[in-house]
Design a protein around this ligand. Structure first.
Ligand code: ATP
Ligand code: MG
Length: 353
């Protein structure tokens, strides 16, 4: 290879995004590219590769290539400050008169691993959530076919319970579908003009039955000017419906759920005028450690309680995605024993539009 093409190859290798090492027959580093130095330290040449990656399977694969194999590839997990999963490629190089050499390339595939983990957790969660109502349904069917056969009173009672379980499954499926729909459209900003106050008024009318059942008084505070945002009326209704339902479900009986609509000029993270809707409940509140996890799918502080109330644990995940799609922010504050505030901040649009 002439000097010109050598410097060209060197430049290419230096600028590859993944760490690349060239090792000699004693596994000492003869060369490390920029990415390797950035991840593993500036002074790498001359060091033993074992000091960088201690993984026995990886060292064994390097030895196999040093002793004659053409190449090896494997996945390893390195636990340093973080947990990193690498796809490792080891290739034999013709070292010329310098003896045997190998190239070791490391490709960080942690994000793919994480996504796979999330997907399998998700499937496990969905299966679990579907299995519990199905198990109950099966139990009721067996009872109706066996011990309760012909017992009209028992049939009525069991059928009502079965209807409840079937409704749970319908809710779960429809929540999953809304979540995947919002996720698929995450990058497309909805463009309808939504006049928020009438939307909230309609919603509260719709939820009057629940308010009565949960023994809550509802108060809506609105500014004098019209409050308009760019968005999808259906989706925003879904956001406030979940927040108000939560406040009603998790608030103390005979307490008040307040909705406060405000206009403001300087909201962090929002350019220009902003609209905020805060849903405030008087309830047991949420301990601090749960707050960052509330918007995860299926996350509930108290699983039994949420299930008793017919919840799927997907409500706040849907809220987070819809608010994100509207370029808004969701803030959650809570004081255990006092209550919680869920605040949605959205960019306001010109009222004259
Ligand atoms: N206002 C609130 N006060 C106390 N805890 C709350 C409140 N809102 C939500 N939570 C907690 O957060 C969890 C997740 O809420 P989310 O709305 O995602 O699910 P859910 O209400 O259980 O089910 P779904 O919304 O599908 O009916 C709830 O199970 C509850 O533990
Ligand atoms: Mg909810």
């Amino acid at each position: 290879m002439n000097a010109e093409s050598q410097s060209l190859y060197k430049k290419i290798v230096e600028n590859v995004r993944d760490p690349i090492f060239i090792l000699d027959a004693q596994r000492q580093i003869m060369f490390a590219n920029n990415a390797a130095r950035l991840q593993f330290g500036l002074q790498l040449e001359g060091q033993s590769f074992v000091r960088i990656i201690r993984n026995p399977a990886c060292l064994e694969a390097i030895d196999e290539v040093l002793y004659g194999a053409e190449s090896r590839s494997l996945q390893i997990t390195v636990e340093n400050q973080y947990r990193t999963v690498y796809d490792v490629t080891i290739v034999s190089l013709d070292g010329g008169d310098g003896g045997k050499q190998v190239m070791v390339g490391l490709s960080d595939i942690s994000h793919i691993h994480e996504a796979e983990q999330m997907r399998s957790d998700f499937v496990a969660n969905v299966s679990h959530e579907l299995r519990s109502p199905l198990t109950s349904l099966n139990g009721f069917i067996e009872t109706l076919q066996g011990p309760a056969k012909g017992d009209l009173e028992a049939s009525e009672r069991f059928l009502a319970l079965m209807a409840g379980e079937a409704q749970r499954m319908v809710r779960l499926i429809s929540d999953l579908l809304s979540l995947s729909k919002v996720e698929a459209n995450q990058r497309i900003r909805p463009e309808g003009v939504v006049n928020l106050v009438p939307v909230l008024q309609r919603l509260l009318k719709m939820l009057a039955g629940l308010a009565e059942k949960e023994r809550k008084t509802v108060e809506l505070e609105v500014p004098d000017e019209p409050v308009k945002v760019l968005g999808s009326e259906d989706e925003l209704t879904q956001v406030f419906q979940n927040l108000v339902e939560n406040a009603m479900k998790y608030g103390r009986p005979d307490s008040t759920v307040r909705l406060k609509v405000e206009l403001s000029d300087n909201e962090p993270g929002i350019r220009g005028k902003a609209v905020s809707v805060t849903v405030i409940d008087q309830g047991e509140g949420i301990a601090r450690e749960h707050i960052p996890r509330l918007t995860e799918r299926f996350y509930r502080v108290d699983t039994h309680r949420s299930r008793d109330k017919g919840g799927t644990g997907l409500g706040l995940a849907i809220v987070k995605h819809i608010v994100g799609r509207h370029r808004g922010r969701l803030r959650i504050d809570s004081e255990p024993g006092v209550g919680s505030r869920f605040r949605v901040v959205l960019p306001a649009t010109d009222a004259s539009r």
